[in-house]
Design a protein around this ligand. Structure first.
Ligand SMILES: CC(C)(COP(=O)(O)OP(=O)(O)OC[C@H]1O[C@@H](n2cnc3c(N)ncnc32)[C@H](O)[C@@H]1OP(=O)(O)O)[C@@H](O)C(=O)NCCC(=O)NCCS
Length: 138
């Protein structure tokens, strides 16, 4: 079967989001009001969901959020494949700029995808972030 990336329902992201990103909070914490308006993508290997990301489009801008790879499966290239896919989707949708709030320790990772830091660092839920963005030239 191998690896496939496909669009998934928001509800399919909640378990991984919870386990990977906010295991100490109730699962309700990772369900976003905006989820119903988002595009959600999952990377599957042999039918198992390994990595997820959610995209929210506002006119010519898109924000991705809640990017997570299953804990024991990180560092194997799944996240990179999914982010490449996401950049392709964004390019096809006439979007001028893609951005995210990056956890500080992920800044070098996102730089590999052409993203740059913009603005000041900030803290949310006890975690340090900085906004990063990439202009898309279609
Ligand atoms: C961020 C996240 C989604 C990345 O997913 P991932 O599947 O681990 O991503 P990759 O495996 O493609 O890349 C992770 C690292 O492994 C490296 N890597 C990729 N394939 C590799 C391989 N085959 N062998 C060795 N290293 C590899 C990448 O170069 C990258 O290195 P870097 O972090 O030093 O840049 C994942 O780390 C995660 O879920 N983290 C916790 C939640 C989180 O922080 N989310 C993002 C919030 S901004």
């Amino acid at each position: 079967m191998g690896i496939i990336i496909k669009e998934i329902d928001a509800s399919k992201t909640w378990d991984l989001r919870h386990r990977v990103m906010w295991p100490d909070k109730p699962v309700e914490y990772v369900k976003l009001e905006e989820d119903k308006d988002g595009l959600h993508f999952g990377l599957f290997e042999d039918g198992q969901l390994r990595s997820i990301v959610s995209l929210f489009v506002f006119g010519q801008e898109a924000q991705f959020r809640k990017f997570a790879t299953d804990n024991l499966m990180q560092g194997r290239g799944y996240g990179s494949k999914l982010l490449e896919h996401l950049m392709g989707v964004v390019q096809q949708q006439n979007i001028a700029r893609v951005w995210c709030n990056a956890r500080l320790d992920k800044v070098p990772f996102y730089k590999k995808f052409g993203m740059v830091e913009v603005g000041e660092e900030f803290i949310k839920g006890g975690i340090n972030y900085v906004k990063m963005q990439r202009a898309i030239f279609t």
